[in-house]
Design a protein around this ligand. Structure first.
Ligand code: CMP
Length: 443
């Protein structure tokens, strides 16, 4: 295994591990308060104790591993002593407190008095890192950022509602005569009505601790309600901004086309083109977004966006990063709609094309279609191999086509740097030329 794939699989392992630890921490934050306040350990002592102990062991193992692995800090990746020091200063105390088997500690050692039940909530310390983890998850670039934000948001709301319900049981808000299931449903009902600021008033606090707790829940509910509304409003607005910008562009275009009295068929083609761009994710204003980046970032983004195009050409494999950068800077993505003439027979050629998506037909003016080229194939190279030779055929888009246009200078660089590729191109060119000469009756 080379170094890069080793690093990749290592980072994949840590990503998987972090997900698992976050899931365990969330599970415990739901389970332990419920376990202790609803006294589940009295009913299933062995199973629950095992779950409690094993999840605790996993979280403690995570603390141990944290001391061995690099840490991603705001200023970059920290290794060795620096990483350990950073961990000790930040999450270590929270992780340690949150990882102890509080379910067992509360039920076995601290049996006396309901005030001790609040100790079970110490497992929530582990949520500090889950909060940081979910923040990173939302911020990491993704097409599904709205879904991600909504998912995380609902998860935290659910957690708060559950914990406030457990707290209500802990302060004796529900009659102890009921079964655990019924107790929980009543507590959950109280939690939802109080936190959503509905407050029907059918379950009211009887003792002073319950009154204090209710006040706390009411204040929290007001804050939570405001956060829910603000978040959902922001999510809806953000979900629509891209689409709204697209619709606005289409409206402006329509006004322009009507004003210029363009033929309906041409208008239809323009609309179809924009629709295709939008659906294939090419409609966003890439150029402007890229221009705002630093030159180094622009290069890296270019490499990332185009590497799959070059991977389609097996003979270019093994190109050094410098050559790839040079190649990519000479590529331009262009889109054609069905029926568009990409190359006109007899013209002088300055570009060649690599097909990323779609199909084109090579048309001879006399004989019609002589070839159909698909994804991964290329055309327009003949005119570049000999600048005095005009285009040998028409090339027409058969479907929507996404092509990488390569300029003459970049093409000659590729030929110089990749002799094997050059040999292949020349071989194919010789065949295409022979066919073309044959058609023209030159042979
Ligand atoms: P060029 O002559 O630059 O422009 C037209 C292109 O059509 C040509 O390069 C070739 O890439 C392509 N072409 C011409 N003849 C054939 C053929 N017989 N088979 C496949 N492609 C062809």
């Amino acid at each position: 295994m080379n170094e890069i794939s080793h690093l990749r699989s290592e980072s994949r392992f840590w990503t998987g591990w972090d997900w698992m630890i976050a899931a365990v921490a969330i599970f415990r934050s739901v389970e332990i308060p419920a376990l202790v306040t609803l006294r589940f350990l009295d009913f299933h002592p062995r199973a629950e104790a095992w779950v409690n102990l094993s999840t605790s062991a996993l979280l403690l193992a995570d603390i141990f591993l944290r001391f061995q692995r690099p840490i991603q800090a705001s200023l970059g990746t920290l290794h060795g002593v620096a990483a350990r020091r950073h961990y000790l200063r930040t999450f270590f105390a929270f992780d340690l407190i949150g990882s102890l088997p509080w379910g067992i500690i509360c039920n076995r050692l601290l049996l006396s008095g309901s005030a001790w039940l609040s100790v079970a909530f110490l497992c929530l310390f582990r949520l500090a890192r889950v909060a940081a983890f979910s923040r990173d998850f939302i911020r990491s670039p993704s097409r599904f950022f709205i879904l991600r934000r909504l998912g995380i948001f609902l998860l935290w709301i659910g957690l708060v509602v559950h914990l406030v319900a457990c707290g209500w049981v802990a302060v004796g808000g529900v009659s102890p005569a009921l079964t655990s299931g019924r107790t929980y449903i009543r507590a959950l009902y109280w939690s939802v009505t109080t936190l959503s600021t509905t407050g029907f008033g059918d379950i009211t606090p009887k003792s002073e601790p319950q009154m204090v707790y209710t006040m706390f829940a009411m204040v929290m509910g007001a804050g939570l309600y405001a956060t829910v509304i603000a978040n959902i409003a922001s999510l809806i607005t953000r979900a629509d901004t891209a689409r709204a910008a697209f619709d606005e562009k289409m409206e402006r275009l329509q006004t322009f086309m009507k004003y210029k009295k363009m033929p309906v068929t041409l208008q239809r083609r323009i609309f179809d083109y924009h629709q295709f761009l939008w659906e294939s994710g090419l409609g966003h204003d890439h150029e402007t977004l890229l221009k705002e980046l630093s030159p180094a970032l622009r290069r890296s983004v270019g490499l990332f966006l185009n590497h799959h195009i070059l991977e389609q050409v097996p003979l270019l494999k093994g190109a050094s990063t410098a050559v790839l950068h040079r190649l990519i800077s000479g590529l331009r993505t262009v889109v054609y709609t069905p029926g568009d003439v990409i190359i006109h027979h007899g013209e002088t050629g300055t570009n060649m094309y690599l097909i990323n998506r779609g199909e084109v037909e090579v048309l001879d003016p006399q004989q019609g279609c002589v070839a159909t080229l698909r994804e991964g194939e290329y055309f327009g190279e003949l005119a570049l191999l000999d600048p005095d030779r005009p285009r040998q055929a028409d090339v027409v888009a058969k479907s929507f086509c996404v092509l990488s246009m390569i300029d003459a200078e970049t093409f000659s660089l590729v030929l110089r740097r990749f002799p094997e590729f050059a040999a292949h191109v020349r071989q194919v060119a010789a065949r295409r030329l022979a066919e073309s000469d044959h058609r023209a009756g030159r042979i």
